[in-house]
Design a binder for this molecule. Structure first.
Ligand SMILES: Nc1ncnc2c1ncn2[C@@H]1O[C@H](COP(=O)(O)OP(=O)(O)O)[C@@H](O)[C@H]1O
Ligand SMILES: [Mg+2]
Length: 233
């Protein structure tokens, strides 16, 4: 199963961010958009998911898939507590007691159970980011987009979250798009890294990471990829 963008273009006033761009992504892989700030990664992800529409071109294969989106900036409901923010995406799919249990499960995954009754304005940037991650998993989209989800998180927690995500996203017919400009995150998480520059957005190179998950967790063979990717930047 694939999701394809075909001949998409997108401009903001005079800035042509994407021009007649084509790419194809297969399911069951972690696709990483890697490239400097401003090159058009978020714009591409927004078009892929339908958050914004392209000026021209098509997205094929998305159909009616559920989408979980961890936005670059947090989009939590400011009037709702941490737990209510999670319950909000669970309520339509589960009965009340089930939803309560699941909300707690996802909050403990991001180590925020103790803060479940706090409001977003009482949290740090990194904590809000963790609530967004918990919410995306609670919603359980078949397309998961994570736009720089780990910024502001310390290394230990980041590694736990990356491992959790790798182990728990639904592989079969799912797509995971992960946007970052952190090379270590990219190599740790991705099956395919797309090295972009722009605007207008250009794919400079695709690097497929063949090292097993286990070796990556033990930090093996990653330096080689780092060299390959840095050569291109
Ligand atoms: N809503 C918008 N209005 C005007 N310009 C935008 C908007 N969104 C993005 N841009 C511009 O488009 C370019 C690509 O942005 P973006 O896709 O967010 O890049 P990235 O995610 O790679 O940092 C940037 O120059 C940015 O300023
Ligand atoms: Mg961005």
């Amino acid at each position: 199963m694939n999701i394809e963008v075909k001949n998409i273009s997108k401009s903001y006033d005079d800035l042509k961010v994407i021009i007649d761009f084509n790419m194809c992504f297969s399911s069951n892989r972690i696709h990483c958009f890697f490239g400097p700030s401003g090159c058009g990664k978020t714009t591409l992800a927004n078009i892929l998911t339908g958050v914004i529409s392209a000026d021209s071109g098509h997205v094929i294969g998305k159909n009616n898939k559920k989408i979980s989106y961890i936005f670059q900036e947090d989009r939590l409901l400011p009037w709702a507590t941490v737990k209510e923010n999670i319950l909000f995406v669970l309520d339509s799919f589960h009965n009340k007691s089930e939803a309560q249990l699941l909300a707690d499960k996802y909050l403990s995954m991001v180590d925020l159970l103790k803060f479940k009754n706090h409001y977003p304005h009482q949290l740090s940037g990194g904590m809000k980011q963790r609530v967004s991650i918990a919410r995306a998993f609670a919603y359980g989209g078949e397309i998961l987009v994570m736009d720089e989800p780990f910024k502001g998180l310390h290394l230990g927690l980041k590694k736990n979250l990356m491992d959790y995500i790798i182990d728990n996203w639904n592989h079969e017919s799912s797509f995971l798009f992960f946007i970052t400009h952190d090379i270590d995150e990219a190599i740790y998480m991705a099956d395919d890294i797309y090295i972009f520059n722009g605007p207008p957005l250009k794919l400079k190179r695709r690097v497929t990471i063949d090292t097993s998950r286990e070796d990556r967790r033990n930090n093996k063979k990653l330096e080689t990829y780092k060299k390959i990717i840095l050569e291109d930047n």
